[in-house]
Design a protein around this ligand. Structure first.
Ligand SMILES: O=C(O)CCC(=O)C(=O)O
Ligand SMILES: [Fe+2]
Length: 321
């Protein structure tokens, strides 16, 4: 841990970890005490707050600038082009022009860590090609998925469940959602994203230095995150809550637009294919099994098609034991 995020007086101090490859001291040795401590800190942050802030300088300042430039270019395309981003899963395709969320526009690139997926998304948006978009998104997605896998590894090791790590990563697929939040005309209409929990294992959020993300803490208080420049929010979703047998906290969060600058966010979500089983290492007499084996995409569909209001925990409602 290198620092604590800026926060108001009574607010908790959200940890900031430097997870840059060069900073992680020989992570192949699980007996290294600084590595073990780093893993415990990550586990604790996800259990206590449901998120933390990561420094990750594998994404260089040049790449950082470039991805926000190309994402802005993407949202500047005509609407009829953007709506070509369709998907049978609602949250995977173009979202925008919503009466209840007029500031929000987003597009999804499924399987973003495969070269073909980014290429075909690029061709759909720019039939005559856009090499800069394609290449910078490919490189960005690869680097940030490596950050995601590092956090998974730390969590799995910390819980003594490392023997399940390889099969977990083998089942993981990444969705990159690019999001634009416009500046509100009316200060009372400032909602960018409504209150929700993510359906992913992890969500890695990266913004263009315009704040807006608010997270509900375990005690019910809302916390407006002041994200330091060039850093990433690592947030746990419902799938991690279930996998961890209820230890990890999937926080409710929302986006509120306050300033006079549009906000762009790159959100990388990890989902698992197939059936996820709660590791036996996380079940004992003090922690009886709380969740049945579950289908991560089934969980996402369940949430989206639920006719009722979201219950306290989507994971409990979907696959609670
Ligand atoms: O824009 C953000 O910071 C968060 C977006 C979000 O919560 C989501 O897309 O699930
Ligand atoms: Fe979210």
């Amino acid at each position: 841990m290198i620092d604590m995020a800026n926060s108001q007086d009574q607010q908790p101090k959200i940890p900031i970890f430097d997870l840059s490859t060069k900073n992680l001291n020989n992570p192949s040795s699980s007996s290294d005490s600084s590595w073990v401590e780093a893993c415990k800190n990550v586990q604790h942050a996800l259990e206590e707050y449901g998120f933390f802030i990561a420094k990750y300088d594998d994404v260089s300042p040049e790449l950082d600038g470039q991805v926000f430039d190309v994402v802005q270019e993407l949202f500047d395309l005509p609407l009829e082009r953007k709506t070509k981003n369709t998907s049978d899963l609602v949250f995977y395709g173009y979202v925008g022009q919503l009466p209840h969320a007029p500031l929000h526009e987003s597009m999804g690139i499924p399987e973003v860590t495969t070269v073909d997926a980014v290429q075909s998304f690029t061709n759909l948006m720019w039939p005559s090609g856009n090499k800069t978009f394609c290449e910078s998104i490919q490189v960005y997605a690869k680097l940030v998925s490596e950050l995601e896998q590092m956090v998974d590894r730390m969590v799995f090791e910390s819980y003594g469940a490392q023997k399940h790590y390889e099969s977990h990563i083998g089942a993981t697929t990444y969705l990159l959602r690019t999001i634009k939040y416009s500046v509100p005309d009316d200060i009372n209409m400032n909602m960018g994203t409504n209150v929700h929990t993510d359906k992913s294992f992890l969500s890695i959020l990266h913004q263009n230095q315009v704040n807006g993300l608010e997270i509900q803490l375990r005690n019910g208080d809302w916390f407006a995150v002041d994200v330091p420049p060039a850093s990433f929010i690592v947030m746990a979703g419902d799938a991690y809550e279930a996998w961890s047998n209820g230890r990890i906290y999937a926080s409710k969060h929302k986006v509120i637009m306050k300033g006079d600058k549009p906000r762009y966010c790159l959100a990388l979500f990890s989902f698992n294919h197939g059936i996820t089983v709660i590791p036996e290492e996380l079940v004992d007499s003090d922690h009886p099994l709380q969740f049945n084996p579950f289908d991560n995409f089934g969980l996402a569909r369940f949430y989206l098609t639920a006719v009722t209001q979201m219950t306290e925990s989507t994971a409990k409602a979907y696959c609670g034991a």
